[in-house]
Design a protein around this ligand. Structure first.
Ligand code: ANZ
Ligand code: ZN
Length: 808
């Protein structure tokens, strides 16, 4: 019988769907396992191999966990609001809801064609009003707790999407999505106070089983720094407060720099003799994004303008020092003002050199005329620093901080790089923000009972050049009455960002049809937290951080049962095109999973995408290796005709089987899918060499079942096992291994001395030279010929013979 995957695969897919094989209940005697993958954005391109890698991996894990006896929740859904759909809809004049619906249909088909064991009764869609009702509900809770607020501020504005972007969505100064330049624009925006959770988002990482690079990236993004705020005097009498991580260097502060947007620039305008020059610089800086202005461009030549007419006063030396504006100081960080210590800060050093400002060494240990000496450990000792002289930097920091506090001119201060989350978008295809503006009452939340606030149908959803949402043109929808005082009022017309729906979706899977709450407490008590979440590294400082924030907020409200949403987080590498380049339409190297499935079958596709290489690293597609995987499955298929009737393991394969079971079990847990498959391939080679029993074959099929589920079910059925063991292969227990049988078997080896056979010794199979020689020398018959001799050479034929060449 031929391996006819084209007939086998649809047959089992249909059966799984009809019988709801992978449906799970919210209660069970078994332990629970919740495995999660990032749900796709249903784009018009459909599922690509970049989806198949993480989805197949977690499908393998989920299938293995079921066989291990867990009640497994492995859900799927669609993150369907967002710009690409909207842009596509605009271009093709199709309503985004229709585009979304069609794309989801296509995605679902593709996911089913890959044989994933999702619970299809739990599918969610973030654009479904029954879903986004709860996204809106969470927003209202955030507002009620003071964590959502509207403010006018300079924001990142994508010139092509014509909409605001969060800091996290700006990558290398361009829009993460479309690549267009990002400029700064003053706009009134809804913001979420993620900064309130900054410390907990760092601290609680400690207890989580996240891969290290995820933890590091989140910590760096949150960017905690400790230091002090210090008040400098000014000749205007105003106190100018700075943030510094190096209060120990206060005696070396020879000038100050404030951000071009700092309010004192306007305040002091009349005093400035060079106001025109100052204003020109301010205008130029406003055009640059924070990215252009910050650290990544640190080596760029520093620019700035002195504020002529006002001077600062160093609080420890009493000396007057100049104040500059420069775009290397950001208004959004610290106090928007710094004390510049050119001897010990690289940026200040470059600036001082350019403007001919004094450089005073206050920490000994470098050559500050040549470059800034920046070490913050015990290497340096304070000099030129009055009462700090002789202390190390580490000792000086608490001393000066205490002094500042006592003088009432400063205090210890912790700052975070993390900014509040810009939460509104001037686009149509998103969740309406359930807020109403009343002239008298200000921003008033909608009554929760009136949710969902439906996204109305509009004639035209093109973004406007004025930066107003398309919803603003819907006057009927916009005008409403104030829920508080009943006066006529207006709805918010901005919508939520793409990241809203995905910030809590894993909760909805636990209880997807609940109409009373986002999920029942019972369901959440049972399933939370997610046991294993695999997703892209690119989401580390976006979705992964946002969803931890929302979840913590819900925890504070008493809605969810645990502090953290995900127990374990892993991440996969990218799939590259043949030749190792990124897959892209323009390169013409995009592999479509549908084509691979049509030619070789879904099981080959699944097996290959798991075999392609180290799961955490990028891997290049190889059409040849795909064929290799197909050949392997053909070989497995043909084994069933060769198997002897016995259900016992054959003596010849027993040790290899126990070893393979151990390896495959451990490798799946460790996401080392490629080596697990290699072990199965080696096992199949053994079977071809040694022959096999049905017992041997059964164990192989069990281990292969998570990777190639369709083929295994078919073989299982053909062997008559479905009736015999009750149920499908995927419903059988995972095979157990006996540790003692995983140890290598023993072999008898001939021992020669000088080419003459003297004895035989028994050693573990595959023993290395040293072990064999030791065993040989311990043998009395050998010792007779080697005692008092030097062994000058050893010839080893593994598992067969060792020849010792000796000399007196
Ligand atoms: C004096 C000083 C001396 C500094 C020295 C450093 C070294 P992180 O670690 O990133 O928190 N700074 C403060 N506010 C700033 C702003 N709004 N824009 C740009 N730079 C700002 O860095 C904090 C340090 O960056 C602060 O410590 C300040 O320079 C500067 F030997 O103060 B420091
Ligand atoms: Zn009102």
């Amino acid at each position: 019988m031929k391996y006819d995957f084209a007939a086998i695969e649809p047959k089992w897919q249909k059966k799984w769907l009809e019988e709801k094989t992978y449906h799970c209940e919210n209660h069970s005697d078994k332990p629970k396992f919740y495995g999660l993958v990032e749900f796709p954005y249903p784009s018009g391109q459909g599922l690509h191999v970049g989806h198949a890698r993480p989805y197949t991996a977690m499908d393998v894990v989920a299938r293995k966990k079921r066989m291990d006896g867990y009640n497994v929740l492995f859900p799927m859904g669609y993150d369907a609001f967002g710009l690409p759909t909207e842009n596509y809809a605009i271009k093709n004049h199709i309503h985004p809801a229709k585009v979304t619906h069609d794309n989801i249909e296509n995605f679902t088909k593709q996911l089913q064609m890959l044989g994933y064991s999702f619970d299809w009764d739990r599918v969610i869609n973030t654009t479904d009003p029954e879903y986004y009702k709860w996204t809106q509900w969470i927003f209202l809770q955030l507002f009620k707790k003071g964590l959502a607020y509207k403010t006018t501020m300079p924001v990142n504005w994508c010139t092509s999407c014509k909409c605001v972007l969060a800091n996290e969505e700006v990558v290398d100064g361009v829009c993460e999505r479309c690549g267009a330049p990002v400029v700064r624009k003053e706009k009134s925006q809804w913001m979420l106070k993620i900064t309130e959770y900054a410390q907990r988002l760092i601290d609680d990482l400690d207890d989580l089983d996240f891969i290290e690079r995820v933890k590091t990236q989140q910590k760096n993004w949150i960017g905690r720094s400790t230091g002090a705020e210090v008040d400098f005097g000014t000749t205007e009498g105003d106190k100018l407060r700075v943030f510094t991580t190096r209060p120990d260097t206060l005696f070396g502060a020879t000038y100050m720099v404030i951000a071009p947007e700092h309010p004192f620039v306007a305040k002091w305008a009349e005093k400035l003799s060079n106001l025109d020059e100052v204003n020109a610089y301010v205008q130029e800086a406003a055009r640059k994004s924070d990215f252009e202005r910050s650290e990544l461009t640190a080596d760029k030549e520093k620019t700035g303008v002195e504020l002529k007419g006002v001077r600062g006063v160093n609080p420890v030396t009493g000396r007057e020092i100049p104040i500059f504006i420069s775009d290397y100081v950001l208004v959004t960080y610290g106090t928007g003002a710094i004390m510049a210590v050119p001897a010990h800060d690289t940026r200040d050093w470059a600036f001082a050199k350019k403007f001919g400002l004094p450089i005073i060494e206050v920490v000994k240990g470098g050559d500050v005329e040549r470059e800034a000496f920046t070490l913050k450990d015990d290497t340096g000792v304070m000099v030129n620093s009055g009462f700090l002289d002789g202390l190390t930097v580490k000792e000086a920091i608490p001393v000066i901080t205490k002094w500042l506090t006592e003088q009432g001119i400063g205090e210890e201060k912790v700052n975070y790089k993390l900014r509040d989350w810009v939460f509104s978008r001037q686009r149509y295809w998103g969740e309406p923000i359930p807020m109403i503006y009343c002239e008298k009452c200000g921003w008033v939340p909608m009554d929760e009972h009136d949710l969902p606030l439906l996204l109305p149908d509009v004639e035209s959803y093109e973004p406007t050049d004025t930066g107003e949402s398309p919803l603003s043109k819907m006057t009927d929808w916009v005008s409403t009455t104030c829920p508080r005082c009943g006066a006529s009022a207006k709805r918010e017309t901005d919508t939520m960002p793409q990241w809203a729906g995905s910030s809590w979706y894993f909760l909805r899977y636990m209880d997807p049809h609940n109409r009373e709450s986002l999920a029942s407490r019972e369901a959440m008590d049972y399933w939370a937290p997610v046991d294993w979440y695999n997703g892209g590294m690119e989401h580390t400082t976006l979705h992964l951080l946002y969803s931890r924030f929302w979840y913590k907020f819900l925890y504070d409200l008493g809605v969810v049962p645990t502090k953290e949403p995900y127990r374990k987080r892993t991440s996969h590498g990218m799939i590259l095109g043949e030749g190792g380049e990124k897959m892209s339409k323009s390169r013409g190297n995009v592999v479509n999973p549908n084509d691979v499935i049509a030619e070789y079958g879904a099981d080959t596709m699944r097996l290959y995408i798991m075999f392609i290489g180290d799961f955490e690293k990028a891997a290049a597609w190889s059409a040849n290796a795909v064929k290799g995987c197909k050949r392997f499955l053909d070989r497995v298929w043909n084994l069933s005709d060769m198997a002897e009737d016995s259900m016992e393991y054959s003596a010849a394969n027993e040790s290899a089987l126990h070893k393979a079971i151990k390896k495959v079990s451990n490798d799946i847990e460790a996401m080392k899918f490629n080596t697990a498959i290699a072990a199965l391939m080696a096992l199949v080679n053994d079977f071809y060499q040694n022959g096999l029993t049905r017992g041997d074959l059964g164990a192989l099929l069990m281990m292969l079942s998570p990777f190639a589920p369709h083929m295994v079910e078919e073989l299982w059925e053909n062997l008559g096992y479905a009736g015999k063991f009750g149920g499908m292969a995927c419903q059988q227990p995972w095979p157990a291994y006996d540790e003692s049988k995983t140890v290598a078997a023993e072999v008898n080896m001939a021992v020669q001395v000088g080419g003459k056979l003297r004895s035989t010794v028994t050693v573990p199979m595959d023993s290395e030279q040293d072990a064999v020689v030791a065993a040989a020398l311990a043998d009395a018959k050998v010792a007779k010929f080697t005692d008092g001799m030097d062994i000058v050479k050893v010839i080893l034929v593994k598992n067969k013979l060792v020849n010792l060449i000796v000399k007196p």
